[in-house]
Design a protein around this ligand. Structure first.
Ligand code: ADP
Length: 496
């Protein structure tokens, strides 16, 4: 039974109470699009529009980039300790406004309110982490002959563009903006058109925390109308893109034209390798969480269960039972799992499932869309597990971005390694075993940017994150993430 206090459910009928911004955030204030156009965001849990926002284009992008370029002169010279204070105050303000931010995120993205609260608290932690790093960006000295002195220093790369996806709007905005601002860069962010609000609210909180006008601008609108002119703008020095491989390729081509640096966080098809000697109960919980959190709409979701054969039958049966017990509902009602983000996503996922059915795939659980029992609307897909599929199956090779787990049966640990590495992606992997050596052999040999052992999604902002192969390049989070926003300058002098 899903229940929530009325204080939350009233937002189902009146999101206006959240006071969501309707303009871009440029030069420290909300402004309507130059064209005057607006568009709406849908609440995926009800499948209907709930709020309007500005529909930006190249003119608004030009304003934002010019504002960020002007502000760069001020921000890069702001003492690092002062930059740190602004970021620390932002963390505090995010915490103070956490419920409003979480409700906005829940309505915009569809995710359960508990997950949205977790994302907001993670965003606060991200600002706190990078606040402490601002005044610790140390260069090095070079061992030259005694009549020379040589050292390096970090400089901000300049005006940075951030293209933000719809699955983790506030988390992705924070993990790009915070290190960029810490390094002394300025920001122009373009949130996804499905989920524009928390990036705008974040920019407002940064200003309240003392960030000078223009240091962080946010332009809303579609990828084609606002995203494309942003990444192609010659006034942009760096692009951080998080999204699909196909769009990432288009963004990279635009970056190539201006020789703009970039970090690309793209797709994934991450394996969760489960060996016979795993801790059965905790591994079941982890495998379910890895694919059903945010209805599988996570680039690092564990979407392939690679499981050793002796444990296979018992494990898959227990996992199927767990999947069938998962409750679905509107995010504000705190279900186990919310909707997927849009009708487009739902239909894309159902396409994968229908084709798999046509190929004779066996469904351990789910496999269909599920109308919201409350309203009959919304974009819900049942938690789905598909039995053992061959290596070349579409369900093994393609990112589905939904609550769909594909099983792959492995003869032994060596075969499991082969299956883990069998796609063109290399974002993350999970390994579940009580054998320390096997765990670390797999961690060493799996081609992925990060490997979680015995806890999927282990780690936090301290741990660098990014992909190998077609999952992208560059790293966010951790001190590695800060370096993406720094240029190294080497200085060498003759002193005799
Ligand atoms: P999806 O296909 O799941 O919506 P995308 O990778 O297309 O994911 O979108 C991720 C982000 O990229 C969104 O903010 C979107 O507006 C933006 N985007 C889409 N197309 C472009 C583009 N050509 N240039 C820059 N940004 C884009």
């Amino acid at each position: 039974m899903l229940t929530q206090p009325d204080s939350l459910l009233k937002y189902l009928t009146d999101a206006k109470d959240l006071g969501l911004p309707q303009g871009h955030f440029i030069d420290g204030e909300f402004k309507a699009a130059r064209s005057g156009r607006t568009m709406h965001s849908e609440d995926p849990g009800r499948g209907e529009a709930f709020a309007n926002f500005a529909r930006g284009d190249a003119d608004d992008i030009a304003d934002a980039v010019s504002s960020s370029r002007k502000a760069l002169a001020v921000w890069r010279k702001t003492p690092p300790a002062e930059r740190g204070r602004v970021l620390a105050r932002t963390a505090e303000l995010i915490r103070r406004n956490s419920e409003r931010l979480a409700i906005a995120e829940c309505l915009d993205s569809g995710k359960p309110i508990g997950e949205a609260r977790g994302d907001v608290s993670g965003a606060a932690r991200t600002f706190e982490y990078y606040a402490g790093a601002c005044d610790k960006l140390e260069g090095s000295t070079f061992p030259l002959p005694s009549n020379y002195v040589g050292f390096s220093q970090f400089e901000p790369v300049g005006v940075t563009a951030h293209i933000i996806p719809w699955n983790f709007p506030i988390s992705t905005a924070a993990r790009g903006m915070a290190p960029a601002l810490a390094a002394g860069c300025t920001v122009v962010a373009k949130p996804a058109e499905q989920t524009p609000f928390t990036a705008l609210l974040l920019a407002e909180l940064l200003t309240e925390a003392g960030l000078p006008a223009g240091v962080c601008n946010v332009v809303t609108g579609t990828g084609a109308e606002a995203g494309a002119p942003l990444v192609a703008h010659p006034g942009i020095d760096h692009v951080t893109f998080t999204g699909s491989v196909a769009t990432g390729g288009r963004v990279l081509r635009a970056c190539a034209d201006n020789v703009t640096r970039s970090v690309m966080e793209l797709g994934g098809k991450s394996p969760v390798v489960v060996l016979n000697d795993c801790n059965f109960d905790s591994t079941i919980a982890n495998v379910a969480g890895a694919i059903f959190e945010h209805a599988g709409q996570i680039c690092s979701a564990g979407s392939r269960l690679v499981i050793e054969s002796a444990i296979h039958d018992r494990f898959v049966e227990a996992l199927g039972k767990k999947a069938k017990a998962i409750s679905l509902g509107h995010g504000l009602r705190s279900p186990d799992m919310g909707p997927v983000n849009s009708a487009l996503q739902r239909d894309k996922i159902l396409g994968f499932l229908d084709r798999a059915r046509d190929r004779g795939a066996e469904f351990i659980s789910g496999g269909r869309s599920s109308p919201n029992t409350e309203s009959g609307k919304g974009y819900f897909i049942e938690p789905t597990i598909v039995a053992n599929r061959p290596e070349d199956d579409e369900l093994v090779q393609e990112e589905i971005f939904g609550p769909v787990l594909t099983v792959q049966k492995a003869d032994d640990a060596e075969h499991a390694l082969h299956l883990a590495n069998c796609t063109r992606f290399g974002l993350v992997a999970g390994v579940f075993t009580s054998d320390f050596s096997k765990a670390h052999q797999l961690a060493r040999d799996i081609d992925a940017g990060q490997v979680y052992i015995n806890e999927y999604f282990a780690g936090g902002i301290e741990v660098p994150f990014g992909g190998n192969k077609q999952s992208g390049f560059g790293r966010e989070k951790g001190l590695e993430g800060l370096k993406s926003y720094c240029k190294v300058k080497s200085i060498a002098a003759r002193i005799d």
